[in-house]
Write a protein that binds this ligand. Structure first.
Ligand code: 5HY
Length: 243
């Protein structure tokens, strides 16, 4: 199968990192096609960033559909444009936050989320509610590590992340940890060894879920909410979407 692995920000280092993570656990028969949009912010840490990235990533979804991929992964913990992507795609679209929550719910009674900036906490809380996992989450914690700082991770920054994960366990009662950023994808195994609890990275979780859907021949239902958008004139910089 072919997976369209989309890093919605424009940080090439993060795109390369998530490609390595995805390929480290993908089936031999799975081809990972990792990319970023041409336009948009280098990191997504607020609603403004997410809005710019959302429109750009839909173009990558469309090109993946044209290339005949078998699934799309939105590799940003906000799962930006997930519903819009599912409307325009015929193949499954998986957000890494939703993927991570689902796997965490299979290996723990309660899981914690440890993410980057404090200002992204409401977005994580919304995602837990949207996916229906808020009752299984012991809490969402922020490290205030800027996303791009993960691209040049110092031991001090790693320890800050590990300490926050440890607090989620000892103070909040988390029995597993969901990493709240695609840029943390390469840290899950090391953190799990250090903390002695499952640590779930959404990128690898999404790859395995995509492979499962493909093998089960399951794709997005187009019978209602995710039906294709109604046809109407679209003007200006988005006129390439006219059908
Ligand atoms: C991500 N931002 O996974 C999110 C994490 C965050 O550029 N890639 C980003 O902080 O919301």
């Amino acid at each position: 199968m072919k997976i369209n692995l989309i890093n919605p920000n424009t940080c090439q280092g993060m795109t390369d990192k998530i490609a390595i993570s995805a390929n480290s656990i993908a089936l031999p028969t799975t081809q990972i096609i990792a990319s970023s949009p041409q336009h948009g912010p280098e990191s997504i840490e607020c609603a403004f960033d997410e809005t710019l990235a959302a429109a750009a990533l839909l173009d990558v979804i469309r090109s993946g559909e044209e290339q005949g991929v078998d699934a799309h992964i939105i590799a940003c913990f906000g799962d930006p444009a997930l519903d819009a992507a599912r409307e325009i795609a015929t193949k499954p679209v998986i957000g890494i936050a939703g993927a991570a929550f689902q796997l965490a719910s299979l290996v723990s009674y309660r899981f914690g989320v440890v993410t980057t900036m404090t200002r992204t906490l409401p977005a994580s809380a919304h995602l837990l509610q949207r996916y229906g996992y808020e009752h299984l989450c012991s809490g969402v914690r922020a490290t205030d590590i800027p996303v791009l700082e993960l691209e040049s991770l110092s031991m001090q920054t790693y320890q800050l992340l590990a300490d926050e994960c440890r607090k989620a366990i000892t103070e909040d009662g988390a029995e597993a940890i969901v990493l709240g950023c695609a840029g943390m994808s390469d840290l899950a195994n090391e953190l799990s060894d250090e903390l002695n609890v499952p640590v779930i990275d959404g990128v690898t979780a999404a790859v395995k879920l995509a492979e499962s859907l493909h093998q089960l021949k399951l794709t997005t239902s187009k019978s209602g909410q995710y039906a294709a958008p109604l046809v109407k004139p679209i003007h200006g910089m988005f006129n390439h979407w006219n059908r």
